[in-house]
Design a protein around this ligand. Structure first.
Ligand code: C2E
Ligand code: MG
Ligand code: MG
Length: 605
């Protein structure tokens, strides 16, 4: 769209330029011919007169010759074509009538021309048939020797080119789909209102509105229905905004992003308007079908939220992002704290990009213990980021950002590689084999090549596939059609699969039997309050264990911190445990020590 606009813009500028150049050039040519006429008049009066006659008679511009008093003394044939009136109408009449301008203006234009300064002016000219044409007039002096004896008044019909110019302008400043002012036009208006400083008291409210989940909706119903819906929404949006303030400006910024600018009395009023804007209780009709939409609004208030047009729009959009993150159908006013959050996020993102190559990432390991025999059976690999200035940053903070930016792919692969390398090196050092569990992010799981990548890493380090476990979350397992083949491929390699944070997502135990998985990890939030007999979590945990066992799946409880929790889980016949009770996640060297003491203890036992 931007590209299209700049194209229109370029065309608009080019067109206006060409018109101006052509018009000026032809007038210059005409003027120089007239000059030549006067020059050659002296040299060869007969030939010059003939030349001039052709120039006068065949000129496609209307040419009126005027005497020094401004009366029309001659007209060419184009005059009747362009003005729609016979030549007699003009002869011996003041040129003010011919040009349809006031006498005074005509006289002052003529005076300047007779002084040797050609004049230009445009007129919306009425024709006798009721039509109107846009004429561009040019007055040039006629001199004889050193004396100016009159003037030529040339008129060119600019109607078509003016229309083209207007169309170009419309294309450059209005959105074709909805007819609303586009982003550029909106920004110009905003800029003008911010710099005018003639605004009355109150606040200038800039609202940014976005339809919730419109992309997936449009994908579902097809682009044409999506477009019609946008048109229908645009109509209703500008109608409702028009009802709020007379000087309101509405715009479609692009896609399903709309904006409006309204002068309001107070912040309270702005909040009420924002709430009103997202209340789309009326369904939108397209092709006899009704669609219910919801929208989110973010807004900024000038002068409370300061800045130029771009900055103010950015603030409203930042607020909109927040409204969207709250799940849509929300309104949100801008708050400077949002900027700080974005700043932190950007800082993390930038740092994260370089973290791998700078060697700032490490993996910590947390033991997993067999509840029945107390054996150490595995370790969960948990990534850690040692930031050079900020110190240790929790994965809870940077993993979501890595997922949002796609950085999780290289980071996830690095963790997988590192965990496999580490597991193999412990085996080589003579420790009894344990399983290393690696968390997979949604984005990694979506990768077509995942099984190949995992297979290649395993063979690169010579690790048995059975020593690797991948943890996926419930939400990844939701897309059954895609999940089953992906999991089957991974299982085919001999890798174990577990479902992490079980119970926190859209748990459906019935799904489980369709998936080729080995283990369920009960989320630590259920383990936390296990010792409290009044808590519902107790029932949930025993239900999960029962169903999982019925499906021949193992159950591991994470977040085990106390003896009481351990005893409860033992009674529920939970298979495996992980938590601070045994050890927090620790660096590899400490984990080695942990293994040494663990295995020497179990050897003694
Ligand atoms: P998770 O996979 O559920 O990992 C367990 C989290 O619980 C870890 O947090 C661990 O330190 C913490 N934890 C372990 N025992 C206890 C306990 O007894 N009490 C309490 N309160 N917490 C305990 P951590 O290391 O901060 O990791 C947070 C999350 O970040 C992980 O949750 C996982 O979803 C994600 N994550 C960590 N490393 C990776 C990674 O390499 N790749 C991906 N995709 N995600 C990772
Ligand atoms: Mg995990
Ligand atoms: Mg977990």
């Amino acid at each position: 769209m931007e590209l299209l606009q700049s194209l229109y813009d370029t065309q608009l500028v080019a067109l206006s330029f060409v018109i101006a150049v052509l018009f000026t050039a032809s007038l210059l040519i005409a003027a120089s011919m007239i000059d030549k006429r006067l020059a050659s008049n002296r040299a060869s009066p007969g030939a010059a007169a003939r030349n001039f006659r052709s120039l006068f008679d065949y000129n496609s511009d209307a040419v009126f010759s005027l005497d020094a008093k401004g009366n029309v003394v001659g007209v060419n044939p184009a005059v009747s074509v362009i003005t729609g009136r016979p030549p007699e109408v003009y002869l011996n009449r003041p040129f003010a009538e011919a040009a349809q301008i006031g006498k005074q203006r005509a006289m002052s234009l003529l005076e300047r021309t007779l002084e040797g300064h050609p004049q230009k002016f445009d007129v919306a000219f009425d024709r006798p048939d009721g039509g109107a044409v846009e004429l561009a007039f040019h007055l040039v002096p006629i001199s004889e020797g050193n004396r100016v004896i009159g003037a030529y008044c040339l008129a060119r019909d600019m109607t078509e080119s003016k229309q083209a110019e207007r169309r170009m302008h419309h294309l450059a400043y209005y959105d074709e789909l909805t007819g609303l002012p586009n982003r550029r036009s909106f920004m110009d208006t905003l800029e003008a209102r911010l710099t005018a400083r003639t605004e009355p008291d109150g606040v200038l409210a800039l609202f940014c509105l976005n339809l919730d989940r419109f992309k997936s909706f449009s994908h579902l119903v097809g682009n044409s229905v999506g477009d019609q819906l946008l048109q229908s929404f645009a109509d209703s949006f500008s109608y409702s905004v028009g009802g709020i303030g007379k000087d309101a400006t509405v715009s479609r910024l692009g896609g399903d992003d709309f904006a409006c600018l309204i002068r309001l009395r107070s912040e309270e009023e702005a909040r009420a308007v924002a709430k009103r804007l997202i209340r789309l209780d009326r369904p939108f009709a397209v092709e006899d079908r009704e669609f219910h939409l919801s929208a989110s609004v973010g807004y900024a208030l000038y002068p409370l939220h300061d800045g130029d047009a771009e900055a103010l729009l950015k603030k409203a959009q930042t607020a909109l992002d927040h409204a969207k993150k709250r799940g849509g159908n929300h309104e949100q006013v801008y708050d400077a704290a949002m900027e700080a959050a974005i700043h932190v996020k950007l800082e993390i993102e930038n740092g994260l990009r370089k973290a791998i190559e700078r060697g700032e990432l490490t993996v910590h390991y947390q033991p997993q213990v067999d509840l029945e025999n107390g054996g150490l059976i595995g370790a969960e690999a948990l990534v850690r980021w040692m930031h050079p200035e900020k110190g240790l940053i929790s994965p809870g903070l940077f993993i979501p950002i890595a997922e949002e930016t796609g950085l999780i792919k290289p980071i996830g692969e690095w963790v997988l590689r590192e965990a496999c390398r580490q597991a193999k090196s412990w085996q080589d050092a003579g420790f009894p084999p344990i399983t290393v569990s690696v968390n997979l992010s949604n984005r990694q799981f979506e990768e077509q090549q995942l099984p190949e990548t995992v297979g290649a890493i395993l063979s690169e380090y010579g690790l048995e596939p059975g020593s690797l476990e991948l943890e996926i979350t419930e939400s990844m397992a939701m897309d059954v059609m895609r999940t089953i083949p992906a999991l089957t491929n991974l299982k085919g390699l001999g890798i174990q699969i577990s479902i992490d944070d079980f119970g926190t997502g859209y748990s459906s135990l019935s799904y489980l039997k369709r998936f080729p998985i080995d283990k369920i990890k009960i989320d630590k939030s259920f383990v936390r309050d296990l010792a409290d007999p009044d808590n519902n979590d107790t029932a949930i945990v025993s239900a999960i264990v029962a169903v999982a066992h019925h499906m021949k799946l193992k159950v591991i409880a994470e977040g085990v911190e106390t003896e009481d929790q351990l005893e409860y889980l033992r009674r529920q016949k939970c298979d495996l445990l992980q938590g601070y009770y045994f050890s927090p996640p620790i660096p590899p060297v400490e984990f080695e020590r942990f293994m040494q003491s663990f295995f020497s203890r179990s050897a003694l036992a």
